[in-house]
Design a binder for this molecule. Structure first.
Ligand SMILES: NC(=O)c1ccc[n+]([C@@H]2O[C@H](COP(=O)([O-])OP(=O)(O)OC[C@H]3O[C@@H](n4cnc5c(N)ncnc54)[C@H](OP(=O)(O)O)[C@@H]3O)[C@@H](O)[C@H]2O)c1
Length: 261
């Protein structure tokens, strides 16, 4: 995969995994379009990256958790005369509560951001990537996509959607030079758990691991639909698929299901 002189659109670039992707794409020679709600964080990152690498970095502060957000973003990017070669659908968040106690408007935003905007941006940019027969769509799923998660029922389901959707689209474009890939991080050191109000069940991996896993898959000669970050996470995902669901679900509930209020 050639990165120099290309443009990467990264959603959720103001912190965590998205911020780490921004550094790595710039290091590999790509110009960047960075999107999140926090303009100050995006601008600070942009000047750091431009100072270090000389890349062109465009920042767009936008709330992507609304049904017209994808259309707005695509419009803003077109107005600036920018084209997109790599789409990194990374923005997302989780909520941790018993489902009957979830905040209804929060889970609506969670579904729109984690699913609807990701699908809409993929729909907007994939035809152009196929036309130029080059580029990639990277959709961030999660190890939560491999089994239902009591206490994070909506979040895990959104990530299952992301992985299923991405694999199906991969199956439609696998003969082209366009890579379509879902990346499933396990617990990773970012703002994620604070935002979700959840406690991580174990040690947190550094964001750099997720970035390394992603580029290894993108640069591999053989295209694949999905990748899991971390050896232990890959083993757990296999167990989650082969063990009886009632055993897996009860074990996961012990980790993430808060006590009833
Ligand atoms: N960390 C983990 O353990 C873990 C594990 C598996 C999967 N993931 C996934 O990895 C992705 C990145 O998360 P992270 O771990 O890096 O967490 P993070 O540090 O909380 O980053 C989330 C990013 O998404 C942006 N974002 C959130 N809501 C948004 C909205 N409404 N509109 C636009 N941007 C929004 C945030 O920026 P603003 O707040 O500035 O908008 C931030 O840049 C997510 O899809 C997450 O589900 C994380």
């Amino acid at each position: 995969m050639e990165y120099a002189g290309k443009t990467a659109l990264i959603t959720g670039a103001s912190s965590g995994i998205g911020l780490a992707y921004a550094h790595e794409f710039a290091r590999r020679g790509s110009n960047l379009i960075l999107v999140a709600r926090r303009q100050d964080a995006l601008d600070a990152l942009a000047s750091e990256i431009t100072g270090k690498t000389g890349r062109t970095v465009t920042t767009i502060a936008l709330d992507l958790a609304s049904l017209d957000a994808g259309q707005k973003l695509v419009g803003l990017i077109a107005e600036k005369g920018l084209k997109v070669d790599f789409l990194i659908n990374n923005a997302g968040f989780g909520t941790n509560a018993r489902f009957a106690e979830e905040d209804r408007s929060k889970i609506q935003s969670e579904i729109v951001l984690n699913i609807a905007t990701l699908v809409d941006l993929t729909a907007a940019y994939l035809p152009h990537l196929l036309q130029q027969n080059f580029g990639a769509v990277v959709n961030i799923a999660s190890t939560a996509s491999y089994q239902p998660v009591p206490g994070m029922a909506v979040y895990a389901a959104t990530k299952s959607f992301v992985r299923s959707f991405t694999s199906a689209v991969w199956g439609e474009v696998a003969d082209s030079n366009v890579r379509v890939l879902s990346v499933s991080p396990g617990a990773t050191k970012t703002e994620f758990f604070d935002v979700a109000g959840a406690k991580p069940a174990g040690a947190l991996a550094p964001v750099e691991n997720v970035v390394k896993t992603t580029f290894k898959a993108l640069d591999a000669r053989k295209s694949r639909p999905s990748v899991i970050d971390g050896g232990a996470n890959r083993v757990l995902a296999v167990f989650s698929t082969i063990l009886p669901k009632r055993i897996i679900i009860k074990a996961v509930a012990k980790m993430f299901l808060p006590k009833a209020k």
